[in-house]
Each structure stands twice: as structure tokens, then as C-alpha cells.
Design a protein around this ligand. Structure first.
Ligand SMILES: Nc1ncnc2c1ncn2[C@@H]1O[C@H](COP(=O)(O)OP(=O)(O)O)[C@@H](O)[C@H]1O
Ligand SMILES: [Mg+2]
Length: 320
């Protein structure tokens, strides 16, 4: 049985992989990153950066927590508690692994008043291509023409009206997996029919520009802190880092900077990666990623993105 009512108010060792032997922990927890993958290098980098800045950041494996609605977050075997009033700021880094568990942990902390740069509702929008396009369109920002629907024949008809080539995306694709280019009608119908049979919901989107290139602008606290141009590897049209794309520094135009900042604001995300797709008529927003990878970007630009993220969290913690 969970003994949370009498639990010591400290994160358990098992859940704070970065600080397992911290003898200095006595009470107030500063910054918390919720993740389902505590061992990711990006998390380690955030911990080290916080230390350099003289503060403490705890990595909490959200898959090993229990969120108590209206209450607190139990960690580990329930022998420790993260109480909202003890936290300065929380950032959830939500990937493909157990996203709803990470969001549940975030939700209970945010409901308890813990500041966060990325509220749960905004993360949910950013993880869904349809909701992202809907939100950006409502804010009058440039996006590719996008349609959603279920029945494959009806959707193929609507998609074909946009003109080929088209991009079919699973609504929750990540790292380019589930993002399919269709050059002709029979291809589109086959893809939509197959995804319909496996039960995946999709959007169909106009193909922007020549493909293979996207611009990643990392927005932190309403400012673009780093930007890079991602180029797909040979034989690939998707410019995801995870698909082998190379990154090079690029100086964003004023228009691109304003577009990225406006996209982050429209979704309500304080930390995000905005992907712009270049086209002759100007950039359009391809995606707003609430959990951006930043290490390739750091290598390409020599910008300390981790420091920008930690400073943003510290600022929110101070405003408590
Ligand atoms: N409408 C589009 N036109 C041209 N290329 C696109 C379009 N949508 C996506 N892409 C390419 O596919 C990649 C992955 O798509 P994206 O929407 O970012 O999904 P994911 O969340 O899986 O990364 C993008 O980085 C870009 O290179
Ligand atoms: Mg992407």
C-alpha cells in the first residue's frame, strides 16, 4: 500500500537518477524535469547546466510516479512525495514512450500551482499535427493547407484537390516516422486505406517548397535562441535529425523569427522547436515541437541551448 500520507518530503533516489547520492538535499526542490527516459543525454545535459548555474535540477522518471488527482506526485514505491508547493518550476519532456503518464505527472503538479514553461494542454496540441494546424490557422499564421478526415475515399478526394505531391501524416508522428510523401492519386488512396485499416488518424497536407530542407528555430521564453537549417540526407526527403539530416547554422530573417515566436505564443509554449518549411512565397510552419531535441542544434550553432532552458525555468521559479 502506498504510504504517501506519511511519506518523507523528498524525491527518492531511484527517481532522481542525476542526484542519487546527493547528501545536500534537505527540503526545497528547485527545478524538475519530468521524463519517461531519464537516461537521455539531453536530460543529463540539463542537470549539468543547472549545476554550472549554481542551481539544482532533478530528473524525475515520470513512469515511476503516481499522480494523485487534486494532490501530489508520489515517486518510486510511494515512499516519497513531490509536493507542488516545494517545486520552483517543472518542465515535462514528452516523447513517444508513455506520453500520457508524463502528462499526468505534469498535470498534477501544474494543478497544484507549480510554474511551467509548457502547460499540459499546449503540449497536447503540439504533439498532434491536426490540433497544431488548427491552432496556428486560428492565429492567422502561415501553415500548409491541411485536411483531416477518416473515410479514406472522402479524404483522398479532398487531398487530391490540394494537388500533388502531398504529405500524409499520422497525427502523432514523431521523428518523421508516419510522415509519407504521396506523388499520385493511387498512392494516396493506398496509404490512406492502409492507415484507416490499422486505425491511425491522419492529416493530408500540401507539399511545401522543394522538400529536403527545414529551418529549426528554438524558441525559449518568447525569443529565438538558436536556429539551424536541417538538410535531409541523400535519398531522404524528410529533414529530421533522427532520419540522418545534417544541421548547419543559419541566421533567420526577421519574418522567420517573428513567425516562430508567434507560433510558440499561439500554442502557449515557453520552450519549443518551431520547424519552418521554406517556399518561394515565404516560410510556412511545418511543426511546433514541445519537446525539441537540442544537441544537434547546439553542435551546429555553438549556442548553449540548455542554459537558455534552465535560465527560463529559474526565472519562472523566482516569479513564484
Ligand atoms: N508539408 C510538407 N511539405 C514538405 N515537407 C514536409 C511537409 N511536412 C513535413 N515535411 C518534411 O517531413 C519532416 C517530418 O515532418 P514533421 O511534420 O516535422 O513530423 P514529425 O513530427 O514526425 O517530425 C519535416 O522535417 C520535413 O522535412
Ligand atoms: Mg518534425
Amino acid at each position: 500500500m502506498l504510504s504517501w500520507a506519511s511519506a518523507p518530503r523528498a524525491p527518492s533516489d531511484a527517481l532522481c537518477a542525476s542526484r542519487v547520492d546527493d547528501p545536500g538535499y534537505h527540503g526545497l526542490v528547485g527545478l524538475v524535469v519530468l521524463t519517461a527516459r531519464p537516461d537521455l543525454p539531453a536530460n543529463r545535459r540539463l542537470v549539468e547546466t543547472a549545476e554550472k548555474l549554481g542551481s539544482r535540477l532533478w530528473i524525475v522518471d515520470a513512469t515511476r510516479t503516481v499522480a494523485v488527482a487534486g494532490g501530489m506526485l508520489l515517486v518510486g514505491d510511494g515512499t516519497a512525495v513531490l509536493a507542488p508547493q516545494e517545486l520552483g518550476c517543472v518542465l515535462a519532456r514528452v516523447g513517444n514512450w508513455r506520453p500520457d503518464s508524463v502528462l499526468a505527472a505534469l498535470e498534477v503538479l501544474v494543478a497544484g500551482g507549480v510554474p511551467t514553461p509548457n502547460p499540459p494542454a499546449s503540449i497536447r496540441v503540439g504533439r498532434d499535427h491536426w490540433l497544431t494546424m488548427l491552432t496556428l490557422s486560428a492565429a492567422n499564421l502561415s501553415v500548409p493547407s491541411t485536411v483531416a478526415g477518416a473515410d479514406p475515399e472522402t479524404l483522398a478526394e479532398a487531398g487530391a484537390d490540394l494537388g500533388f505531391p502531398l504529405v500524409v501524416k499520422q497525427r502523432r508522428s514523431r521523428m518523421g516516422v508516419g510522415v509519407i510523401r504521396c506523388d499520385q492519386r493511387d498512392h494516396l488512396e493506398a496509404v490512406l486505406d492502409s492507415l484507416w485499416r490499422v486505425g491511425d488518424e491522419v492529416v493530408v497536407q500540401r507539399f511545401v517548397g522543394a522538400g529536403r530542407v527545414s529551418l529549426r528555430l528554438l524558441v525559449v521564453g518568447g525569443r529565438v535562441v538558436a536556429a539551424a537549417r536541417f538538410k535531409a540526407r541523400s535519398g531522404e526527403w524528410r529533414s529530421n535529425a533522427a532520419r540522418g539530416a545534417a544541421a548547419e547554422p543559419y541566421q533567420p530573417s526577421t519574418e522567420d523569427t517573428q513567425l516562430a515566436v508567434a507560433a510558440a505564443a499561439a500554442l502557449g509554449l515557453g520552450v519549443c522547436g518551431v520547424d519552418l518549411l521554406p517556399s518561394p512565397a515565404g516560410s510556412v510552419i511545418g511543426e511546433v515541437n514541445p519537446t525539441p531535441g537540442f544537441q544537434l542544434l547546439e553542435r551546429a550553432t555553438a549556442v548553449d541551448v540548455a542554459a537558455a532552458i534552465v535560465e527560463q525555468m529559474l526565472g519562472l521559479a523566482e516569479s513564484r
